[in-house]
Design a protein. Structure first.
Length: 378
């Protein structure tokens, strides 16, 4: 999987400058269909993996659920505060030496030849709540029949992931990079915000280092070795920009790090939805940059309110490319006062480097899995 992902990225960038519009639209059409299927599967993946994992945890299910949610939410908020504090320190100097760009609209993308709508049977939040209720009820009620049903359902979901998602991920990644290279949207936006993006990338590496340092120290394991084991998940997320699409790879990497299978099957799919440290840091930095450029108020109390609310609202993000920034539009408008122009600039900036935030999110999920597994062993 790992070499295929790397090859897909390289070919996508190389051929995006060569392909005609017709050929690019072929891959855009495939990505549109695959994204619809992925969106349909996301709630089912959560139900199929989280429900039996909770049911199999026994009496510890409730405690581990609260523990995982608390760690994920706390880490997401800390990442946002880190982004805000660093931005207050560095961004004024950066912006003072960089001319303010003209108004930037969301980059136009090529349309697919046709689309097929595949709506999800339930939304993400409904799937999460259903998994919690049924999993906890099955565990505490010792409902063996229901547990067997969801164990078999888990088998179906795992086969769909293995046969219907994993084999097509390299092609999906290739299509994403072909389209981005052909339209030039990434290059245009990245050139405008190059210095800010460098800061965001350094913060993204710093977040991963402190996450695995804490988890590795608590579990008495080498944090750098643990982080290296998560590289396949990082690169897969970098190519797909999707936490959901990366779940199988993240699960495998977590198991290699010594996390027990039942804990990994519980923590990884759950954190794919609720742990968004990289996305939070990136959204906070981008929002602060736009606030400074457009003279929008950005005092600490206001941004703390924004970060605390956004950490909750991003749980409703669909787990597909751009989902986090779409969930952020409401607090950006209601709390920070972003108008339509500021929102368009925010979307353009975020989408251009969406995959780095997602890669940080899913890699950090591995650190949380190690931490929860160690606590559960006590």
């Amino acid at each position: 999987m790992l070499p295929r992902v790397i090859i897909a990225i390289i070919l996508g960038v190389a051929l995006g400058n060569i392909f005609s519009e017709g050929w690019v639209r072929v891959f855009v059409t495939f990505n549109s269909l695959f994204s619809q299927f992925l969106g349909f599967m996301i709630p089912l993946i959560i139900i199929g993996l989280v429900t039996p994992a909770i049911a199999e945890l026994g009496s510890n299910a409730g405690k581990l659920l609260l523990l995982t949610v608390a760690i994920a939410y706390g880490d997401t908020v800390v990442a946002g505060l880190l982004g805000y504090g660093t931005g207050l320190w560095l961004f004024p100097g950066i912006l003072a030496h960089t001319a303010a760009p003209a108004h930037v609209d969301k980059a136009q993308e090529l349309a697919p030849f046709f689309t097929v709508s595949i709506p999800a049977m339930v939304d993400v939040m409904s799937a999460l709540v259903f998994s919690f209720i049924v999993g906890l009820g099955t565990s505490y009620g010792h409902l063996h029949t229901l547990r067997n049903i969801f164990t078999e359902f888990k088998y179906i979901i795992e086969k769909v992931i293995e046969k219907g998602i994993i084999p097509f991920l390299p092609l999906y990644i290739f299509g994403i990079f072909v389209n981005m290279t052909y339209t030039g949207e990434a290059y245009r936006i990245l050139l405008v915000f190059a210095q800010v993006i460098v800061v965001i990338f350094i913060l993204h590496v710093f977040i991963l280092l402190y996450e695995f340092t804490i988890a590795g120290g608590f579990a008495h394991r080498n944090p750098l070795r643990q982080l290296w084991t998560m590289v396949p998940a990082y690169l897969t997320a970098l190519g797909t920009s999707s936490s959901a699409a990366t779940i199988p790879v993240t699960l495998k990497s977590a198991l290699k790090n010594g996390v027990r299978e039942d804990i990994a099957g519980f923590v990884i799919p759950l954190c794919a939805t609720i742990h968004l440290s990289g996305s939070m840091m990136k959204i906070t930095c981008c929002a602060l940059t736009i606030c400074m450029m457009t003279n929008i108020p950005h005092d600490p109390g206001l941004f703390l309110h924004f970060i605390l609310i956004l950490a909750i609202m991003m749980v409703a993000a669909p787990g597909v490319p751009g989902g986090a920034v779409m969930a952020a539009l409401a607090p950006l408008s209601s709390i920070l006062g972003f108008d339509s122009n500021a929102q368009a600039l925010m979307i353009a900036l975020y989408i251009a480097m969406d995959s780095f935030g997602t890669a940080c999110n899913v890699t950090g999920d591995g650190a949380i899995a190690v931490l929860v597994d160690k606590i559960a062993r006590r």
